[in-house]
Design a protein around this ligand. Structure first.
Ligand code: NAD
Length: 480
């Protein structure tokens, strides 16, 4: 069985402790490869390599760095099918999703930041008769990028690309649950001509190698995407070391549907925003709030459409939903469905594990689930489930909808559906979230700021925000 390796200083190598951990295929529930159980020793070696590489990379012309990153983007594009298959197998998501969303987006992330850096400018501030301030934007040095399992290469590259473009050296850790495409990325980086030591990819457990990354004194910034609890721990640990922190955390996003919306468009998009990637996208809408006058019509149409969704093994071209990512995650989702029942909810459809035919009988499949009859402030409606489970509830007024929408500790994304222009802007303005989609969902322009408020995170990724995060501003004043 394949043993993945760390990519350090331009070479693939085993973890120094010699230990490996299982990598399980969610579609079958079987171990299909092993990944390094790296620890602080490997981080030390990677940091030494990055330290050596930093003067070379940071002093290289922007044009040259840009060309290498464009080649890296093309390198993934050239191996599209291999990356798509690997992502789907590792994560359990339908191959069609990896082919249309995950891997094309990883290609775009590298391409976008490869070119964005060539347009990155800084400010100058003229003081009449006195002199001139100009602001330099210097790379930070060695930075840590830690990513989750739900959109593995998509989110990994979303961090690495701007960090590298800005001239930093990177110690990166993908999720131990979905390491495969990050493993392949080392080969592509090498072929693209990225100097050794500039990008180091370490595999292993969060509390071992992840912890060593966030605690290493020479790693000056941490860009993290993952759960709110982990984010809180990272902030507690790294903030006293004065590291720069970007934290993209959990969500519990509302979808507000007004009676005057385009019903058909709303319905088909709401199916996607609820269940794409088995509901395991931080931007999925999991609390659907519907104006009372169309509540029954919505409920009937939505449930009937959900019931037509095909749950199947990832390589089945008919699959709308594949497997959820792991057994513990499946158990967590099922336990929330039980909690919803205890809290008085009615399961309108789904609510159970799906057992497929061999060889997928031990895979982690859950039927898409719709629940009604729950109070807006119960645990099911307040805590992140991160699976194919949504709740639906009626509302009477705009104020009530906003109150329910804004009632959680999270604030990542709000979706709203209405044809009333004034209301659309008014509700968007009042929504407590970093992102609002009006009459749409998951339309992404890589130039826009991305991130959440409240317990959904600190800081913004995307476009210039990411390049600013991965650089330090230095102001220089010249007296006339
Ligand atoms: P997680 O917090 O368990 O793990 C995320 C990463 O952090 C993994 O690589 C993990 O190994 C690492 N990690 C864990 N403990 C660590 C520690 N002590 N020190 C350093 N690193 C550590 O999250 P997950 O289960 O992989 O991902 C799901 C979560 O991610 C959900 O809450 C979801 O909402 C969130 N998410 C947020 C966004 C966003 O942009 N806001 C995007 C995707 C996912």
């Amino acid at each position: 069985m394949k043993k993945l390796q760390n990519y350090i200083d331009g070479k693939y190598q085993d973890p120094l402790c010699g230990q490996f951990i299982d990598n399980i295929e969610p579609a079958t529930g079987k171990v299909y490869s092993y990944i390094p159980d790296s620890d602080e020793q490997d981080v030390e070696v990677a940091v030494n390599a990055a330290e050596k590489a930093f003067p070379i990379w940071s002093k290289m012309s922007t044009e040259e760095r840009s060309q290498i990153l464009v080649r890296l983007s093309e390198g993934i594009q050239n191996r599209m099918d291999e990356f798509v298959q690997a992502e789907s197998r590792d994560n359990g998501k339908p191959v069609t999703l990896a082919a249309h969303v995950d891997i094309p987006r990883a290609v775009s992330n590298f391409h976008f930041f490869a070119t964005a850096i060539t347009h990155f400018s800084s400010e100058s501030h003229y003081m009449e008769g006195l002199g001139l301030n100009y602001t330099l934007r210097k790379p930070i040095g060695i930075v840590g990028c830690i990513s989750p399992w739900n959109l593995p290469l998509y989110l990994f590259s979303w961090k690495i690309a701007p960090a590298l473009a800005a001239g930093n050296c990177v110690i990166a850790k993908p999720s131990e649950i979905t390491p495969y495409t990050a493993y392949l990325l080392g080969e592509v980086a090498k072929e693209a001509g990225l100097p050794d030591g500039v990008l180091n990819i370490l595999h292993g457990l969060g509390h071992r190698v992840g912890d060593a990354i966030i605690k290493h004194p020479k790693i000056k910034a941490i860009s993290f995407t993952g759960g709110t609890k982990t984010g809180e721990y990272i902030a507690r640990t790294a903030a006293p070391m004065f590291k720069k922190l970007s934290l993209e955390l959990g969500g519990k996003n509302p979808v507000i549907i007004f009676a005057d919306c385009d019903f058909d468009e709303m319905l088909s998009t709401t199916i996607r925003s609820s269940f794409a990637n088995q509901g395991q996208i931080c931007l999925c809408g999991s609390r659907i709030l519907v104006e009372r006058s169309i509540y029954d019509k919505f409920k009937e149409a939505f449930v009937s459409k959900v019931e037509k969704s095909v749950v199947s093994y990832p390589s089945d071209p008919k699959a709308n939903l594949g497997a959820v990512v792991s057994e513990p995650h499946m158990e967590k989702i099922l336990s929330y469905i039980e909690l919803a029942k205890e809290e008085g909810g009615t399961i309108l459809t789904g609510g159970e594990r799906v057992i497929l035919d061999a060889p997928y009988q031990d895979g982690y499949y859950i039927r898409p689930t719709v629940i009604e009859g729950l109070a807006y402030n119960c645990r099911t409606n307040q805590e992140e489930i991160f699976g194919p489970v949504v709740t639906i509830a009626p509302f009477d007024t705009e104020e009530e909808a906003l109150m329910m929408a804004n009632s959680t500790q999270y604030g990542l994304q709000t979706t709203l559906w209405t044809s009333d222009l004034k209301r659309a802007h008014r509700v968007a303005d009042e929504a407590q979230s970093g992102i609002v989609w009006i009459n749409s969902w998951l339309v992404r322009d890589l130039r826009t700021p991305f991130g959440g408020v409240k317990a959904s995170g600190v800081g913004r990724e995307g476009g210039l925000e990411a390049l600013r995060f991965f650089t330090e501003a230095k102001n220089v004043f010249v007296k006339y």
